[in-house]
Design a protein around this ligand. Sequence first.
Ligand code: FES
Length: 123
Amino acid sequence: MAEITEHDPGPGAPLLSWPDLADGALVEAEACIDGAQESLIVHRTGNCVRAWLNVCPHAGRRLDWAPGRFLVSREGHLVCAAHGASFALETGECIAGPCRGQSLRAVAVVTDDAGLHLAPPAA
Ligand code: FES
């Protein structure tokens, strides 16, 4: 989760730029994490941007039904396309389905004028 700030320039190109981060949208980003290329689920709500690995805690499948295409329930929950687990977008916790009580793995992100970046490693 990251707060959007007016002037917080970060190093390197953003994972996503602001035009890709429409308020309320669920989008995919690719990032290198611990030396591995990973797919991320990114969700922006107003001034808050959250990211998780695109890996379902139930069976390790991607949650999108096609690359970058995510299902959202009528209640506004992210739904895994593989077996239907539902996740709260505020927390990443599975609230219904085969992995109820487990959570998506959060990825620390920051934003700057250019867009979204991985958070720098903790010192
Ligand atoms: S892999 Fe997501 S619900 Fe089974």
